[in-house]
Design a protein around this ligand. Sequence first.
Ligand code: FES
Length: 111
Amino acid sequence: MIAIQFVTSPAHGTAVATEVSARPGKSLMEAAVAADIEGIAADCGGAMTCATCHVYVREPWASRLPPPKPEEMAMLEFAAMPRRSNSRLSCPIMLTAALAGITVDLPESQY
Ligand code: FES
């Protein structure tokens, strides 16, 4: 199982980290939805057409991810909260052992 930390936005008060475990091969978005993580809406169910699964991936995990494909880059333009250098959609991020402990910050809102 891969451990994941989802950290709430400080805009909602004190940032709170929630740890979740998920099987390798699941997407980061699927892990969030299965654990009812508030802040990941994933309206399109992973079709990469909604940008409501936006996260900010912390280092060193961000550097371990494959670069975003053009369709992810395009969809990030529609993210509700400001895009940062570590902005990613969580639906195309497939969990692997190299991502053990991955920590992501949740945007203040997905809408
Ligand atoms: S779930 Fe819709 S873009 Fe990721």
